[in-house]
Design a protein around this ligand. Structure first.
Ligand code: TXA
Ligand code: MG
Length: 316
């Protein structure tokens, strides 16, 4: 079982330990503001291969590369004006930008699954500090087995992948709780590939309209998979729990709920709690999970995207 180090106890020592392991080709689970990532040196092909096998991830699904800042990102991706605005406005933060890959870099080919584009993100916290210390890009998908719910606490990582990785850095619960938004910037257009921690409205307010029509090879390859699934059936827009289900409530009127995503009806709080509560209900003595209606506004779009995937991908 991987050792867990608490970042709150001695941050510098923990980051130094993590970067030593990464430098030698190891795998480290690292907290970000969105979810925990499974990190490897993006220029070490063997280490990147270990990410795919630890997660059981299909080889066609490329990874996000994490950077310490825009300068590191510019060495690998070609930023057009709108991409530069997005990075300036939302980094460090919950936005991943897919860009044309610069030719001739030392990036392991498996990071981009052989595509000629690269997904770049400057996250908040330890992941960026590791990239700075290593002076390398860090490839990191969410630190869960492929198809399962993303981890928002160190113990979720230990439960799911603890025997397959070298170290877990524990930074407590993630502040946003949903994965980053993924956009693709090409030829002056922006396409939204995955809803996430930064909303469509926030992006459009600073960078202008998102093209509704995707372009190029279109979707984030990972979005074709059934994702974010608990092992129990999930029923959406439920009023109340039925035979053996547990109710996942929302708002002040969630009578009889086993857990409440946000008693005050706050969508940021729902995002923070969603994956942890799905993990918890998965372990609870119930036959299914009934979820009350969550509004689609702002981050509600990403919350509902994850819930629909959980409902589609769970055992029926
Ligand atoms: O918040 C997050 O994004 C977390 C943290 C750890 O950064 N990471 C994460 O990674 O959620 P992952 O691998 O679970 O999801 C990455 C998504 C996938 O849907 C993948 O297909 C897409 O990004 N992606 C990566 N590279 C791409 C590319 N070159 N073109 C299109 N989509 C890409
Ligand atoms: Mg994932």
């Amino acid at each position: 079982m991987a050792k867990t180090i608490d970042l709150a106890e001695n941050y510098d020592e923990a980051v130094s330990k993590g970067s030593d392991i990464l430098r030698h080709g190891g795998l480290v689970a690292v907290p970000t503001e969105t979810v925990y990532g499974l990190a490897a040196d993006a220029c070490n092909a063997k280490a990147v291969e270990r990410i795919y096998s630890a997660k059981g991830r299909p080889a066609f699904n490329p990874l996000i590369s994490h950077v310490s800042g825009i300068q590191m990102a510019q060495q690998f991706g070609v930023f057009d004006d709108r991409a530069a605005v997005l990075a300036r406005e939302f980094w460090p933060g919950a936005l991943t930008i897919v860009l044309p890959l610069k030719p001739g870099t030392k990036l392991a080919a498996a990071v981009t699954a052989g595509l000629d584009t690269i997904a770049l993100r400057h996250p908040v916290g330890a992941m960026a500090d590791l990239a700075r210390r290593l002076d390398r890009l860090i490839a990191a998908p969410s630190a869960n087995s492929s198809g399962r719910i993303s981890p928002t606490k160190a113990e979720h990582v230990a439960d799911g992948l603890g025997d397959k990785i070298d170290l877990i850095l524990d930074g407590g619960p993630c502040a946003v709780g949903l994965e980053s938004t993924v956009v693709k910037c090409l030829d002056g257009k922006i396409a939204l590939l995955r809803e996430g921690g930064v909303s469509r409205e926030e992006i459009e307010a600073v960078a202008g309209p998102i093209s509704d029509q995707s372009f190029g090879e279109i979707e984030a390859p990972g979005m074709m998979l059934k994702h974010y699934a608990p092992s129990k059936p999930v029923r959406l827009d439920a009023d109340h729990a039925e035979n053996g289900e547990a109710l996942l409530g929302f708002g002040p009127k969630a009578n009889g709920a086993a857990l409440n995503l946000s008693p005050s009806g706050n969508l940021e709080e729902v995002a923070r709690n969603l994956f942890a509560m799905l993990h918890e209900l998965d372990r609870m003595d119930c036959s299914g999970i009934a979820v009350q209606h969550i509004p689609e506004t702002g981050i509600g779009a990403a919350i509902n995207d994850r819930l629909r995937r959980a409902a589609a991908g769970s055992a029926k």
